[in-house]
Design a protein around this ligand. Sequence first.
Ligand SMILES: Nc1nc2c(ncn2[C@@H]2O[C@H](COP(=O)(O)OP(=O)(O)OP(=O)(O)O)[C@@H](O)[C@H]2O)c(=O)[nH]1
Length: 454
Amino acid sequence: MALGFMKNVFTFGKKEQKPQEDQVVAPEEETEAPQTATTEPEQAEAAITEAVSSDPWDDDSIVGGVVGRSSEEPETPPEEPGPEKEPAGEAPETSAQAEEPVAATPVEAPPEAAEEPVPAPKKNQGFEITAGPTPEAPKPLPTKKLSWFQRLKAGLFRTSQQLSGQITALFTKRKLDEEALEELEDLLIQADLGIETAMRITDTLSAERYGRDVTGKDVTRIMADEITKVLQPVARPLALDLSKKPHVILVVGVNGTGKTTTIGKLAAKLTRAGLKVTLGAGDTFRAAAIEQLKIWSDRTGAEFVGTKLGADAAGLAYDALKRGQENGSDVVIIDTAGRLQNKAELMDELAKIVRVLGKLDPDAPHTVLQTLDATTGQNAMSQVEIFRNVAGVSGLVMTKLDGTARGGILVAIAAKHKLPVYFIGVGEGIDDLEPFEAEEFAQAIAGTPEEEEA
Ligand SMILES: Nc1nc2c(ncn2[C@@H]2O[C@H](COP(=O)(O)OP(=O)(O)OP(=O)(O)O)[C@@H](O)[C@H]2O)c(=O)[nH]1
């Protein structure tokens, strides 16, 4: 998508957005009549209360609370499945129309939203608005114990510590010669940075200091600079072209890489910005995934479209987009079951989801977002290669950068695939999705001694 050239483009992922008072949600969305009434409100209320109270992510920092109500709950009880998440085979095929979606009643903004003062975002919110139907002001984010940058640094600490320790050892009382450059290149490759970036770093170092003394600090500075140069072009915001709404985001990736959690966090960002969002529970293999997405929809005020366990995922995707078109959604986000990139039949199912969405909107999905788990090393590269071929991945989110992350592989992936990296996940909470910033990420990996917080 050509950023900056389109009308009605919302851009998520990078630049700071100041809320504007004259931006209001398009009237037809606000005045839309409530959909099917909840037939058993007390039951629904009880189910939601139970779901929320058993929610492992529940914490006081969550803004918004339960504002959505489903007219029906998923038919399958939300039990954790056994340890085997991967289904034995492909889910039974049903026609898209045959599956009855579970569509939640459209949600209203929490009453206090209208009365709250419009806060200026304190930093990069991960989106920018150039035109179009407009969001209400974002809600102030709760104060966090650790900043996201501290968590990112902590997550990448092992990588950066190990690297800087080895680099210091390598260059102690030693002039920069061929052997030292080769050893450095090996260290950088071992840190998953990839041959291309490793060579960039050693070439620059060589050009600056060949035959002279080198300190660890010189190396980490050059490393941070070169990694930044590789990452800068991919640190792009997620552009939402709302001239053709709903913008459909299909979320794909290997099991447990954080798809559902990322959808929840992203939905929170979008609904806070005043956008109407519909979530499609396309992970029909795991009851817990359907329930998990339902909880996120309740929290974020997004409408929920689900189906029963084992139902056709492509049918659900179709229903979710159809519902999003009917209810005037700005964005429809569709979850998919995690799958290993070497499971051919599951990858075929993903291709089918993409085809089926195209029947309702030839351009859908507009964004195919792949989640990558930062604790994975080299395998993430083949994940991107295969998902890109099968599902047309158009952007990445790296999750779990707050844990014992490796992270270097993102640099190698950026150098090779040049796919935009929109966000990083730095925790399990609703606010733990941050726009990807090349320089900060590079510093966290290189271990540059910068103590300032973002
Ligand atoms: N620490 C941390 N945990 C995360 C992050 N993102 C997701 N998780 C956790 O990772 C686990 C898996 O996340 P899910 O969102 O269920 O992953 P998924 O890809 O939808 O999983 P499948 O449905 O099995 O494919 C959950 O326990 C999440 O809370 C993150 O940024 N940081």
